[in-house]
Design a protein around this ligand. Sequence first.
Ligand code: SAM
Length: 223
Amino acid sequence: MLYLVATPIGHLSDISLRALETLRQVDYVASEDTRHTGRLLKHFDISKPQISFHEHNEARAGERILGLLEAGQSVALVSDAGTPGIADPGFTLIREAIERGLPHTMIPGPTALIMAVVLSGLPAHSFTYRGFPPRKQGKRQKFLAIDQDSPHTLVFYESPYRITALLADALEVYGDRQAAIANELTKLYESMQHGRLSELLAQMQETEPRGEYVLVISGADLS
Ligand code: SAM
């Protein structure tokens, strides 16, 4: 069995009982960063052989994992944080498992986008998750423009290095919509800021961005 196991996005107590049971019971743990996951396993007193599986060796490591599954072994795939496959490696492995008829399932748990959407106070019944925008401004603006007329709440992941640039481009492309910024969710300095894009941009320009961000923007008002 292949298990996609969600792990905490900041607070270790957010790991589920099933995630722990699964990590204890599998033959191998495949992880993006074996040192990082090693610390997580150690914290919960779990000792398990690890397989390195990240975006640069996805095809080769994926074949190894599929081989193990075909030989009847069980593997848990975890990412550095949150849900594997969400802005992290995972979907190619699942696609192959489906195509080869190999048993697979997921142990659900934390993911930053869901927490950010829920806490944003913006409509959560229908949203579009866009992941990380391109790093260069021209490409980023085109990427944002795809959803210009979408009525759905929009969700983006971003690093501290580009969150201010993303806010500036979003303001230019979408106009001054209602939005929210989630920062360091479930961690010591967790914060949510709510306001118009122009207000959030002004606030961000006054501080030095730190940690991890999710930007949630209201959909187009087509009325
Ligand atoms: N697989 C993860 C998930 O399920 O959310 C996402 C991994 S992606 C490589 C990392 C990005 O997710 C960060 O740059 C940030 O945009 C978002 N993120 C992850 N943890 C977060 C947190 N604790 N607070 C805010 N954003 C977070």
